[in-house]
Design a protein around this ligand. Structure first.
Ligand code: PMT
Length: 402
């Protein structure tokens, strides 16, 4: 099975409808598709299905109280709203939709919906008469106008004995619709080559030089590029995260190996995303046996690794090159200089150090090209990657006059 929602963070809101019994199955199917799911329930939802059931199927404690001091100390409502890549309300009652449509924030779920920047999808479930009512339809229209995605209820026999529209969309269909929310055509038909993660430069058989890159930024970009229709090759140094689905994955250890793999692939590449934190130096000589502790200090001679991005920048037929600059001071200034030096079309500057940017789940960047600079505030690397892919695709098409 292809994991269509691999690593996506789904916040599932459950409101008080008999269809809430399907929410447990929905969690299971979202997780089967690769998503990480957290559940928030209204008080009325808990009359139909227990938080314990939802905790058991999601693997996380359920969120149900706006003023829960324990939750606020761990993952409070604002963190939860930020955490989500998508918010799905299934089932959504007529009452919940009315409150959301009028902008109320009087419980955890409505507050989350107002606080999040993630897309919101709602799967209504209610009696057919309530669904057809003019006021409900006005609310549906108001929600659509606010870019909230409607997962249309289905027709059929209802728990109350009526027949008509108002049954919650089946969980398998909801998963398909949520998957489609992440897909677009921005890079359709283009070959995208991504480097990610750190490199390991051996000192002896058990020690190496490296850095704190986790691969999260590069893997998120590879995923977002794939979701945008690109054919993606990911050349990755050693990381602890699984390769994204539906991409060609080439694992490497050293900067030299990464250079060689990139040079094999570069001729067919339209866009090169150099996200890897490649070690600038490697040991001139690697010891064959483990180096033992001595009283005296020891010396190592380091020689430069090939600069992959700069080498690609030198090619006569070069792709559109996007680099990253990881800096601890004068971030934008250094990035601008690096972009020119390495002949990159675009560079993405990020501050690193003290748990920021490198190794973390979130990142804050400035996108720099020859003609403009755009600052993107701190957000999850997943969401940032989706935004970066749109910016990269637009700039690529502008430069190639497509
Ligand atoms: O992996 P994460 O934990 O998610 O962290 C993401 C990140 C901080 C590693 C990423 O966002 C980032 O900034 N990557 C580039 C890090 C870096 O080492 O930058 P640099 O200033 O050394 O290099 C500038 C550019 O040249 C980069 O595009 C780099 O990939 C490239 N380079 C550098 C050296 C080298 N030998 N070959 C290269 O291709």
């Amino acid at each position: 099975m292809t994991l269509s929602l691999a690593n996506k963070q789904v916040l599932l809101g459950v409101t008080g409808s008999i269809a809430a019994y399907k929410s447990a199955d929905l969690v299971r199917r979202l997780r089967e598709a690769g998503a990480v799911v957290r559940v928030a329930m209204t008080e009325n939802a808990k009359r139909f299905i227990t938080p314990l059931t939802m905790q058991a199927v999601s693997g996380f404690p359920v969120h149900d109280d706006l003023f829960d001091v324990h939750a606020e100390a761990a993952m409070g409502h604002i963190e939860l709203a930020r955490w989500a890549d998508v918010v799905v309300i299934a089932p959504a009652t007529a009452g919940f939709m009315a409150r959301l449509a009028s902008g109320q924030a009087d419980d955890l779920l409505t507050t989350l919906c107002l606080a999040t920047k993630a897309p919101i999808a709602i799967a209504p479930a209610m009696n057919q008469g309530m669904w057809k009512h003019r006021l409900t339809q006005q609310n549906v229209q108001a929600l659509k106008n606010k870019q909230i995605h409607l997962l249309e209820p289905e027709e059929g026999s209802q728990a109350c004995g009526d027949v008509g529209p108002g049954r919650m969309m089946e969980p398998t269909e909801i998963v398909k619709k949520i998957t489609a929310l992440f897909e677009n055509e921005a890079l359709r038909g283009l070959n995208i080559l991504v480097t990610a993660g750190p490199t390991h430069e051996a000192i002896d058989p058990v020690r190496f030089l490296t850095n704190g890159s986790s691969g999260k930024m590069g893997y998120s970009l590879a995923t977002a590029a794939r979701e945008a229709g690109g054919r993606v090759t990911l050349v990755s140094g050693p990381t602890a995260i699984p390769p994204p689905p539906r991409v060609e994955y080439i694992p490497v250890i050293t900067g030299q190996e990464m250079y060689e793999e990139v040079m094999i692939k570069i001729a067919k590449c339209d866009i090169f995303l150099a996200v890897a934190a490649v070690s600038d130096y490697r040991c001139e000589k690697t010891a064959d046996q483990k180096i033992h502790k001595m009283d005296a200090s020891i010396q190592m001679t380091l020689v430069p690794n090939p600069d992959i991005a700069a080498s690609v920048g030198q090619l006569a037929q070069k792709p559109f090159i996007v680099g990253f600059a990881a800096e601890t001071e004068n971030v934008e200034e250094q990035a601008r200089a690096k972009r020119l030096r390495k002949k990159m079309d675009m560079i993405i500057a990020n501050r690193v150090g003290r748990g920021v940017g490198m190794g973390s789940d979130e990142n804050e960047v400035t996108v720099i090209t020859a003609s403009e600079e755009v600052h993107l505030p701190s957000m999850s690397k997943h969401r940032l990657a989706a935004q970066l892919v749109k910016i990269i695709a637009d700039e690529f098409k502008r430069k190639r006059k497509l």
